[in-house]
Design a protein around this ligand. Structure first.
Ligand code: GAP
Length: 539
């Protein structure tokens, strides 16, 4: 068992580096905050997550199509979307050490004893929650045992009052810098979009932004997709791609990065069906994480409070996961109403409405001359006018499930990390680290070993490995070291199946398959290895 949350995170970060999942970006130059590189195994895991999402969202739905937009778009996109004017975080700076913090991520608390004596005060970064429990957690994290004893004594004597937790926004001037205790400035808005210049000349006219979300590229292309794909409501446009945000405090490994990938679906529907589809996608997205191995007890669906919701959103929920560093958002599902399409229509001057020709065909007779006392012209005019507005022409509403690839991967890694014991080649129990990744996501699906490097075993094992690869099953051949060590190397990177060619293989053409999680071993025909693995990983 892994004892503490910090310990688990430390072990996971170390494993990710040791085994080639995740490296610090430009590490040889000292790294750069908020940027990460995915190593040989990490890139496979990440690709498997994206492929699983793409398969389940795009390929399995007749009415959902994909898109791949450019990262840099006309800057007017970001004016229309509200990102130029409003995509900012309130920041406070320390006047002394110059550290910068997000105002809403500072949390201060004060413990007051008898005679109004301040027993302890602290200001910390992070989302600690509210109430006495949060205050006590901050005390635990920031006070030494002597102070904690004094607080406890005051509590027993009924003289303790707890002031907080509060943020600088709640009590301006009353929070101190968590790093040096210095005074903090008033909050200032800090735009999170990363800027660049396009073209040879640098000036305000060449200013462009690296997209902070993939969604706006979908809205900007909505009409192209609608017209070329002859889409009918309800339909969705999905995109996976890089997004960039100049996060003030990138933190918790890859959780909050400055460059990350999003998997976003914009699902367009009729306004009167929007809440139905919102509930559908909210529940489907929650279930997707469960189906790929996150325990539902560590996941929760949190409906946003009305004051938390973006002004244009009608309903919004987050799929949250209990990371070792706290419960945090994996994916947001929102009913964004018709806000985005209307905003782009207004700013671009292009018609982004939808014409419901099925409804028109159904109702077309209403506009026959007979219904206008035989007046053909009046009927035509009424039809023309009716076609311009509801129920025939309208702006669709949008349901948006928006998830982060890096966050999903971090959650799958945290969930998978496990320490237990497994017997070595002599049957002696040894500690092992095992990544219990879902087989669909595991970077390597099967490893193939010859028990010894002789008697034709390497040749047979190589052949099995080649056949697996030819079948599109990512596989790994390993003949170095004791077989127990080879198993453990694969356990540590989450390989679900290890296939061993041994003496018996030469006699009866069977091999051993060892299951990573149960450690059960079974003999299967050598010729059936590919089918066996394919069936077990549900490819
Ligand atoms: N289009 C809506 C949108 O972008 P968001 O809640 O800002 O909504 C959606 O982002 C998802 O993108 C988040 O749930 C998270 O998984 C991921 N994400 C956002 N900011 C991130 C960051 N700085 N680092 C890693 N992932 C991030």
């Amino acid at each position: 068992m892994v004892e503490s949350s910090n310990e688990l995170m430390d072990k996971l970060v170390a494993l990710c580096k040791r085994r080639g999942f995740i490296f610090q970006s430009s590490e040889i130059y000292g790294g750069i905050g908020g940027f990460w590189d995915y190593g040989p195994l990490g890139v496979e895991l990440k690709r498997n997550i994206k492929n699983a999402w793409w398969e389940d969202i795009v390929r399995k739905h007749d009415n959902i199509v994909g898109l791949d937009c450019s990262i840099i778009m006309n800057p007017r996109v970001w004016v229309a979307s509200g990102h130029v004017g409003g995509f900012s975080d309130p920041m406070v700076d320390c006047k002394q050490c110059k550290a910068r913090f997000r105002e809403d991520q500072l949390c201060a608390v004060r413990f007051v004893g008898g005679n109004n004596s301040v027993l302890h005060e602290a200001c910390v970064e992070g989302a600690w929650g509210e109430g006495e429990q949060a205050a006590l957690a901050i005390l635990e994290a920031t006070a030494n045992s002597k102070i904690r004893r004094r607080v406890e004594q005051a509590r027993k004597a009924g003289k303790l009052s707890i002031d907080g937790p509060f943020t600088p926004a709640d009590r301006p001037g009353q929070c101190k810098c968590p790093k040096c205790g210095g005074e903090l400035t008033e909050a200032r808005e800090f735009n999170l979009m990363l800027q660049t210049h396009v073209g040879a000349m640098q000036g305000s006219s060449s200013l462009a932004y690296l997209r902070p979300e993939t969604a706006q590229g979908i809205f900007a292309n909505y009409k192209n997709v609608l017209d070329t794909g002859r889409m009918k409501l309800p339909f969705g446009i999905a995109q996976i791609g890089k997004s960039f945000r100049n996060e003030i405090n990138p933190r918790n490994f890859t959780f909050r990065s400055r460059e990350f990938e999003q998997m976003e679906l914009e699902f367009f529907c009729h306004s009167n069906e929007a809440e139905k589809w919102y509930e559908y996608w909210r529940d489907a997205r929650f279930q997707w994480y469960v189906d790929h191995g996150l325990q539902s007890s560590r996941l929760r669906l949190r409906n946003h409070e009305p004051d938390e919701m973006a002004h244009y959103a009608k309903s919004c929920a987050d799929v949250e996961y209990e990371f070792p560093f706290g419960v945090s958002e994996l994916e947001g599902i929102a009913n964004r109403t018709d806000f985005d399409l209307k905003a782009h229509q207004e700013h671009s001057g292009r018609d982004l409405t939808y014409f419901d020709d099925e409804a028109w065909e159904r109702d077309g007779d209403k506009f026959s001359a007979e219904n206008f006392d035989g007046d053909k012209k009046a009927a035509q005019q009424a039809a023309k006018q009716a076609k311009q507005g509801p129920p025939y022409r309208f702006t669709p509403h949008v349901i948006e499930p928006s998830g982060g690839v890096d966050r999903a991967m971090l959650a799958f890694l945290c969930e998978a990390y496990c320490e237990d014991e497994a017997p070595d080649e002599n049957g002696v129990m040894q500690k092992r680290v095992v990544m219990k990744l879902h087989p669909r996501l595991a970077p390597i699906k099967a490893a193939v070993f010859p028990l010894v490097k002789k008697d034709n075993m390497p040749e047979i094992a190589r052949k099995i490995c080649d056949e697996l690869k030819a079948a599109g099953i990512s596989s790994f051949y390993d003949q170095t070291g004791a077989v127990g060590r080879r198993y453990r190397r694969q356990d540590e990177v989450g390989t679900p199946f290890c296939i061993t060619v041994d003496g018996q293989t030469l006699e009866d053409q069977t091999v051993t398959v060892r299951d990573r999680d149960t450690l059960a071993q079974e003999r299967i025909p050598t010729a059936g290895a590919v089918d066996y693995v394919r069936r077990r990983i549900c490819l």
